[in-house]
Write a protein that binds this ligand. Structure first.
Ligand SMILES: Cc1cc2nc3c(=O)[nH]c(=O)nc-3n(C[C@H](O)[C@H](O)[C@H](O)COP(=O)(O)OP(=O)(O)OC[C@H]3O[C@@H](n4cnc5c(N)ncnc54)[C@H](O)[C@@H]3O)c2cc1C
Length: 377
């Protein structure tokens, strides 16, 4: 780090939000920027690293980069080349592996009707689905689309393990994110661009922040420096919003995960990057990221994900009571932005499930807000 502590912008958190914000402020505005990050690495939850075997792993869960936005992809392409993202998921249920999300191939296999056409599948789902007009929760949502048999085989157990909450107590939008297809498209997501950084996410964010105007202090919590370093213009805070305010209204609940990484002396083990286990084991899914990174290596690493209540905050829990609590913090944050020039942006700061492309868009939008407030043309 340079001796000069005369920063125009202070950023808390070196995740996607922090790195994008720093790059934009340094490149477009010529500002001097300091990022403080409490972990010992950049890239936030997108962090990938080499396991002791030499296999590249996604340390905080698999990251499947996808976007429909050409412009966003172009921007990130300044810092990385891409390789195709082969995002395929299977579900282990009833002793077989089925393609997921549910599509025509899944339905043919599940109902043992190998010749079933799309029209017949639509008819079958119409017969199976429960006629619920306005689904009020995740259970009703799935029942209203595919009926009880598929709900119990594919969704119920997975949701309970993942959230430790019954699907009837979760917002309909949680299940609503997963498409159901009547064609043979087996891809996990629908987006136009499904790619992964050729050398990994960490490398991409490293290149993004490799700028003479950007300093990064790792293993430094915001609380340790906030009274010492006062930026000239603004602070972008990508940490947890409740922590910023000393949890004055109580803690916002998060779902966390334990990751267990196991090396196997084999090139590949699974048929695809991810296998979900709704009804067996304590873990929810196993991930073999080599299917996506295409790394050439004689060994592979499988990660096992065990959901838990305490630990690093990974998923905000989508329940109305939590949203209400967040809104109280958000009101405080708005005052803080106006009075003290602190901008809250990102997954932790907005208590919102954002994918990486979405959070980068948030960062770009926040950058524009900051530019408009502090830079006079
Ligand atoms: C298990 C899992 C799977 C995911 N899968 C996908 C996927 O497949 N595709 C996809 O697009 N996205 C995925 N995501 C989402 C992606 O990780 C996020 O969208 C993205 O990382 C959010 O960026 P961020 O900068 O807001 O937050 P983060 O990446 O969480 O970064 C915030 C950083 O701030 C630091 N920090 C927090 N508080 C402080 C403090 N007080 N002082 C200093 N530093 C602090 C943290 O250590 C962290 O490094 C997944 C996320 C998880 C958890």
């Amino acid at each position: 780090m340079s001796e000069d502590t005369n920063y125009q912008l202070l950023i808390v958190g070196a995740g996607p939000v922090g790195c994008v914000m720093a790059e934009r402020a340094a490149t477009i505005l010529g500002w001097k920027v300091l990022i403080v990050e409490k972990r010992n690495h950049i890239a936030g939850n997108c962090y990938d690293m080499h396991h002791e075997s030499g296999v590249l792993i996604h340390r905080y869960g698999p990251h499947y980069f996808r976007t429909n936005k050409e412009e966003l992809l172009q921007y990130l392409s300044e810092f990385t080349d891409w390789i195709p993202g082969d995002y395929f998921v299977k579900v282990s249920t009833r002793g077989e592996l089925f393609p997921f999300p549910i599509n025509l191939l899944t339905l043919r296999q599940f109902f043992n009707r190998p010749e079933m056409t799309a029209e017949e599948a639509a008819q079958l789902l119409e017969e199976k689905r429960e006629k619920i007009e306005n689904p009020a929760n995740s259970e009703e949502f799935v029942l209203s689309r595919v009926g009880r048999e598929l709900y119990e085989a594919f969704y119920l157990g997975y949701t309970q393990k993942q959230w430790a909450i019954h699907p009837r107590d979760l917002a309909a939008s949680v299940a609503g994110r997963i498409p159901i297809r009547l064609n043979t498209d087996e891809r996990y997501v629908d987006h136009k661009h499904q790619v992964t950084p050729a050398k990994g996410f960490t490398e991409m964010f490293k290149r993004m922040t490799d700028h003479p105007n950007i300093d990064i202090m790792l293993e430094t919590d915001y609380t340790a420096i906030k009274d010492k370093i006062k930026p000239q213009f603004a602070t972008v805070y990508a940490g947890a919003i409740d922590e910023y305010f000393g949890c004055c209204y109580g803690k916002l609940p998060w779902r966390s995960l334990d990751f267990e990484f196991k090396e196997v002396a084999q090139e590949l083990v699974q048929p695809c990057v991810q296998v979900n286990y709704p009804n067996e084991h304590d873990y929810t899914r196993t991930v073999e990221i080599k299917h996506v990174t295409k790394q050439q290596h004689p060994h592979t690493v499988i990660s096992y994900e065990y959901p838990k209540a305490e630990g690093d905050p990974y998923y905000p829990i989508p329940r109305p009571v939590n949203k209400e609590l967040y809104e109280k913090y958000k009101a405080l944050a708005e005052v803080e932005t106006q009075k003290n020039h602190i901008y809250f942006c990102g997954r932790l700061a907005e208590y919102t499930y954002y994918n990486t492309d979405e959070v980068i868009e948030r960062a770009l939008a926040t950058f524009n807000t900051i530019k408009n407030r502090y830079v006079h043309q």
